[in-house]
Design a protein around this ligand. Sequence first.
Ligand SMILES: NC(=O)c1ccc[n+]([C@@H]2O[C@H](COP(=O)([O-])OP(=O)(O)OC[C@H]3O[C@@H](n4cnc5c(N)ncnc54)[C@H](OP(=O)(O)O)[C@@H]3O)[C@@H](O)[C@H]2O)c1
Length: 267
Amino acid sequence: MSAAMNIMIVGGGHMGSAIAFGLKRSSADMLITVVEPDATRRNDIKNAGISTLEELPSPLIADVIFLAIPPQAFLGFLENNARIGRYAGIVISVMAGIRIRELTAHLKNSQIYRTIPNLPCGVNEGMTVLITAAETTTASNIVVNQLLAKLGNLLELKDEALLDSATALVGGGPAYIAYFAAALTEYAISAGFDKSSATSIILQLLHGTTAILEQRKEPAINLCEKVMTAGGTTERAIDWFNQHGVRAAITEGLKISCARSIELGQR
Ligand SMILES: NC(=O)c1ccc[n+]([C@@H]2O[C@H](COP(=O)([O-])OP(=O)(O)OC[C@H]3O[C@@H](n4cnc5c(N)ncnc54)[C@H](OP(=O)(O)O)[C@@H]3O)[C@@H](O)[C@H]2O)c1
C-alpha cells in the first residue's frame, strides 16, 4: 500500500475520530482528513495532528472515504453532497444498519464496503467485521483489507444478515465490558478503595483475564469455573448472578441491540 495514501473520514465523532487516530498511529505519513461540522470536535482532531474540514471538499480527491456519520444522517448527507455520487474510489461505511444494496444504489459506486468496527480501533486494538459488495475489484479488496487490519483484528463475513448481530456484539462490545467494569469500580469504591486504587485493580483484572483467556484458548466459562472454589466466595457471587438472570439478561440485551440495527436499516 502506498505510504501517501489519501484517506477522508466523513464524521469526526467517536468512531470517525477513533479510525483517524488508529490510522495515524499505524502510518504516520498517511494523509488523513476528517470532515466534521462541529468546531469543537474539529479542534480536538486538529490538536491530535490530523487535518480537518468543515464540509466535504470540491473536488473530492481521496483514495478511500470512510462514512462515519450517524445512519439517520445518511440521506440528508446525500442530499447536501450530491458530488459524492460521482466519486468512483473506495467507500467504507461504518454506519450501523445501512445495507450494501442501499449504499451501492445511493452512492452510485461499486467499490463499497460495509463494516462494523469498534472504539479500540483508536489504539489499534479494534475488532472490525467486513462485508464486501459483489463488484469490488481485487485491487480495492487488497487496499481495504490492509487498511482495516491496521486498526486491529479484521473478520470478513459472507452473510450480510450477520452484520446486525455484529453491530450488537462488536460495535457495542466495548460498552458492555466497560459497563461491567463500571459496576466493579462502583463496588470497589463503596467497599472503601480510593478511586485510583479501584481503577488500577479493575484495569489489571481486565488485562489479566484477557491475557489468560488468550494464552489458554479455553472457553471463558472454564476460567470462571476455575475461580469458583466449591463452597468458596466467588461461587456465592456467580450463584447470585445466575439466580438473578444476569447472564440471560446480557444475551437478551444483545438481541435487543441487534433488533435496533435491523430497525435502522428499515428506515
Ligand atoms: N460509536 C461506536 O462505537 C460505533 C461502533 C460501530 C459503528 N458506529 C457507527 O459509526 C457512526 C458514527 O457513530 P459515532 O458513535 O461516532 O457518532 P457521533 O459521535 O455522534 O459522531 C457522528 C459525527 O458525524 C457528524 N456528522 C453528522 N452529519 C454529518 C455530515 N453530513 N457531514 C459530516 N459529519 C457529519 C456529527 O456531527 P454533529 O454532531 O455536529 O452533527 C458527529 O460529529 C454511526 O453510523 C454508528 O452506527 C459507531
